[in-house]
Design a protein around this ligand. Sequence first.
Ligand code: FNR
Length: 189
Amino acid sequence: MPTVAVINGSLRRDSIHRKLVESLAKLAGDRLTFHFVEIGDLPLYNDDLWPEPPTSVLRMKREVELADAVLFASPEYNRSFSPALKNAIDWGTRPYGKNSWRAKPATVVSASPGAIGGAAGQQSLRALLTVVDTVLMGQPEIYFSYKAEAFDEAGNVVDEKVKAFFETFLDRFATWIERTKEPVVDAQP
Ligand code: FNR
């Protein structure tokens, strides 16, 4: 079964993104295995740390590299994505030539208590994920207008419409991971 490294750009305990990705993990069943990657313990990016790299950085890079794909949960902060996500993504691109994101099938999900579900923040993250060389799934997109009543106490999705949409999303992501398995070919000779 393909493994998916899940990176949540929200560090807060009651994160609605955590609830969203945990519900996706439960729904995924035998399609995908989700592995939650901690990014709250990464120091702020600093090139000077590479001679003795922080354990948290090496762990995150290893967990991403071992996974077949990456799912980013992206809260919207002031019409952009969170600094925790940018920091993790920057660490992943270094040292030069050892970009952990390279050729990884990737997708993004966002939630917001407001009406537009974090769409602006997700769009700016999508631009960055292309630059760091992930193979980003275009559709479907999740901009989830968060409502607590869509979940039961155990975190399962109980709203039938939401559940059906999440099922489609998971099917499509599993297919995307399969489709993008071709070996990486360098563009430059
Ligand atoms: C926000 N929030 C927010 N929401 C939104 O729809 N558009 C925005 O531009 C912002 N800006 C913003 C800035 C900062 C600094 C914070 C802390 C929050 C609200 C945010 O989307 C909301 O708190 C979500 O619940 C965050 O996701 P988690 O932490 O619950 O997963």
